[in-house]
Every structure is written in C-alpha cells, then in structure tokens.
Design a protein around this ligand. Structure first.
Ligand code: WQD
Length: 330
C-alpha cells in the first residue's frame, strides 16, 4: 500500500518520509514547496508539487498512486504569523484540510493521520496534559489545529475513515544534519541564532510559577515524532472502520527554558550569558504531556533525550551556518 505524505518536503515531513521508507512503507510526497525543500525527499520517493487546496490535483495523486492512507502534515505553523494573518491560516490549514478530506472520501482512502499540536490546549493549568484536558487554543494557529481535528473526526464518524490526530509537543532535533529545521521560530534555533551572532540568548520571562521561574515545556525529538507516525499509520491500516485515535506525542518530562539555555551552552561551548526579557504574551507557564495513551494505543515511547535533541539540532545548524563553531571547553 502507498501512503501520501502531504508536506513531506518539510522539517517534520522529511523525517516522517524517511522513517516510513526505512520501515519499508511505500510513500509519495505532495508538497507545494512554499517552505518545503525538494532535496529532503529521498531518491525513489515520488514528489508531486501542489497545494491541498487544488482539489483536482489532490484527486489525481490519490488515484494515480493508488493511495491507501494519508499522513497530512502540510500546514502553516508559525503562531505569531497566524495572529497577523488569521484568514490565511484558516484557508491553508482548515480549507486545505477540508478539500483533502473531500478527495480522500471520494477516493475511499481508508486511513488518515492528522498532524495536530499541543497548541490546541492553550494554557492548560495542569501538571500533565492528557488528551481529555479541555482544549482552549490561544492563537489562530492553535484554533486551526483544533478545527482540523473536528473535521477529521467528523469525517471518520460519517464515513468510517480510520483517523489518528497526533498532538505534537515541542519538537526539536534532527535525524541527520541535512534534515534539520531551517526555520528560526522556536527556542532552540532562536538561541543558536543569538549565540552565532555573539549576542545574548533571550529568556522570555523568569517570573513564572515554576521551579526556576522560566517556562516549562515537553521537548520531543523529531525522530521519536516520526516513529510515532509510522506506528500510527500501521495501527490504522490494521484497524476496524471508524477507528478514532487522539494522541499526545511527548516525553512526559518538563524542561525549563533556563535548563535548555544551559544545555545549549554546554553543547555549543558558547557560554554567552542569557538576558531575561519581558514575558512573551500567550506563553503558558507549563505545558507537559501525559504520554500514557500513545504508549497503550501504539506501543510507542520516546527514546531520545534533550541532549540528543540539542546536539543533533546544533549539527544541523552548523551545516546551515558554517560560521557557527563549537567552542572547545575550558
Ligand atoms: C518555548 C519556550 C518561550 C524563544 C510553539 C507552538 C506550538 C508548537 C511548539 C507547532 C517558551 C521560550 C523561546 C526564545 C524563550 N509548534 N523562548 N526565548 O511557544 O512552547 O510552542 O512551538 O506545533 O504550536 O506554540 O515553543 O519554542 O516558541 O517556546 O524564552 O528566544 O521558550 O517563551 O516558553 P512554544 P517555543
């Protein structure tokens, strides 16, 4: 059977395609290359360029490749940008999904994995976030991911489509340097950028109700995330009609911004002291996953720790920024 990976030329998508291929699954990538990089798609995996908003092109790729499952990763994902351009985010992330689901239904594709996000929870006031924690997204991006889950599950109830909505927590790292994230929109690359410039990394607030006053997040290695997609795809392929999974993808361990900044200093050898700035609006103090359900449903657990995330991310950063040199210790 062939899996269609939308957004398969992206940071997450490139890793999912690599993991699916290494697991012996046949794939085809559909990507508009707006932020994706064609070189991320391995030799032997077809790449069809296009948008999920193009109904005819989507229907054609489902038909021509005899697609039996879809892993939908194509989306806009910058929280800040979504606040400035909400309608663009709703069009790409919600209307694009609606068009795709319509084509999937028409072609009777039986399985669908949807890339969701911890952003659907907003500011959960709990120690560990379970899949039953109320969802109250704080950004249009998070809203589009929650709406995407609604569309996906409603289609499953109406047609018997087997669905899995995977809620990623804070993804970091790279399976190999050439697959590293090229965006500088999250903590780890944002700190790398400051250190590479010889500037002070910024800690957005140190007066949160957390052990060291900085925000706590659940960082998860991209390779673990990719392996969770393989497990979800295989589970759906063998599942009864109407199977509906909603699963957190995290490690279940909180790490603070201060701890991450200190780890990055240790890995890079660049010990420029961080500066504490004002809080960033909309940042919850703590968002850490309960990862029990994914373990029970898929037999998946995270294997990699934050040091491996930072080390692999740094190797990728250095490949993109040759001027970034690891400083010798001492
Ligand atoms: C992490 C922590 C910042 C940069 C976002 C999306 C979420 C998901 C993961 C897609 C926060 C702090 C950051 C810096 C800092 N993405 N920080 N200095 O906001 O937890 O989640 O990415 O699904 O949808 O919302 O991740 O990496 O932006 O920030 O202090 O230079 O690091 O305040 O506490 P976030 P992040």
């Amino acid at each position: 059977m062939t899996w269609l990976i939308t957004g398969g030329a992206g940071y997450i998508g490139g890793h999912v395609v690599r993991a699916m291929t290494e697991a012996g699954e046949r794939t085809v990538v559909y990507d508009d290359l707006s932020t994706g990089i064609a070189a991320r798609v391995p030799d032997g995996v077809p790449l069809v360029t296009g948008s999920t908003l193009d109904a005819d092109r989507v229907a054609a790729v489902l038909r021509e490749h005899d697609v039996a499952g879809v892993i939908h990763l194509a989306a806009k994902k910058q929280v800040g940008e979504s606040v400035e351009q909400p309608l663009r985010y709703y069009r790409e992330n919600v209307e694009g999904l609606r068009v795709l689901l319509e084509a999937v239904t028409e072609a009777r594709v039986p399985s669908f994995v949807f890339s969701s996000s911890a952003s659907v929870y907003g500011m959960p006031d709990v120690d560990l976030v379970t899949e039953d924690t109320p969802c109250a997204p704080m950004s249009p991006y998070g809203e589009t991911k929650l709406a995407g889950e609604w569309l996906t599950r409603a289609t499953g109830r109406a047609t018997g489509l087997r669905t899995a909505c995977l809620r990623y927590f804070n993804v970091a790292g790279a399976a190999s340097p050439e697959l590293a994230d090229t965006g500088v929109f999250n903590l780890v690359p944002m700190v790398f950028e400051k250190l590479t410039e010889g500037a002070a990394p910024r800690v957005f607030g140190a007066d949160y109700p957390t052990p060291d006053g900085t925000c706590v997040r659940d960082y998860i290695h991209i390779s673990d995330v990719a392996e969770a997609h393989v497990a979800a795809a295989r589970r759906l392929a063998a599942a009864p009609e109407g199977t509906d999974l909603t699963l957190n993808i995290g490690r279940g361990e909180g790490v603070s911004v201060r701890e991450m900044v200190d780890l990055i200093a240790d890995v890079t050898g660049i010990a420029t002291p961080a500066e504490v700035t004002d809080r960033r609006p909309g940042d919850p103090a703590r968002v850490v996953a309960a990862a029990d359900r994914i373990g029970t449903e898929l037999g998946w657990t995270a294997k990699r720790d934050v040091r491996e995330m930072v080390e692999s991310a740094w190797a990728g950063w250095q490949r993109q920024h040759p001027e970034a040199r690891t400083r010798p210790r001492g």
